[in-house]
Each structure stands twice: as structure tokens, then as C-alpha cells.
Write a protein that binds this ligand. Structure first.
Ligand SMILES: [Zn+2]
Length: 59
């Protein structure tokens, strides 16, 4: 009777985690307000501060 070989566990596939705030886009859109009354002036896209534009979660 042959001894059982220890089964090798398949290596986990390491996918880069998607950054949540920008959903992997690396950019986030945010509203821009102007004036003392902070009137919304539109949307502006900016670099995602959570991943710094890489689109991948850092943790
Ligand atoms: Zn991000």
C-alpha cells in the first residue's frame, strides 16, 4: 500500500485588491463648491487619495 502523498494546496491567486473609494479607477469625482454659501459648481475628478491613483487597495 502506497503512502498517501501530502496534497499540495493550490497557491492562492493573488489579485490586486480593488480600491474601494475609486473602484479601481484611480480617480474619484467630487463636488466642487464655490462662494461663501458653498454653491455646488459642478463635479471635478481628482486623484484618489486612498490609492494615490493606482486603483489598488494598499492594505
Ligand atoms: Zn483609489
Amino acid at each position: 500500500m502506497a503512502a498517501k502523498k501530502p496534497r499540495k494546496a493550490p497557491a492562492p491567486v493573488l489579485e490586486p485588491a480593488e480600491c474601494k473609494p475609486c473602484k479601481g479607477a484611480g480617480e474619484v469625482s467630487r463636488a466642487v463648491y464655490v462662494g461663501r454659501k458653498r454653491r455646488p459648481a459642478g463635479q471635478q475628478t481628482g486623484i484618489c487619495l486612498a490609492c494615490l491613483g493606482s486603483g489598488e487597495a494598499t492594505d
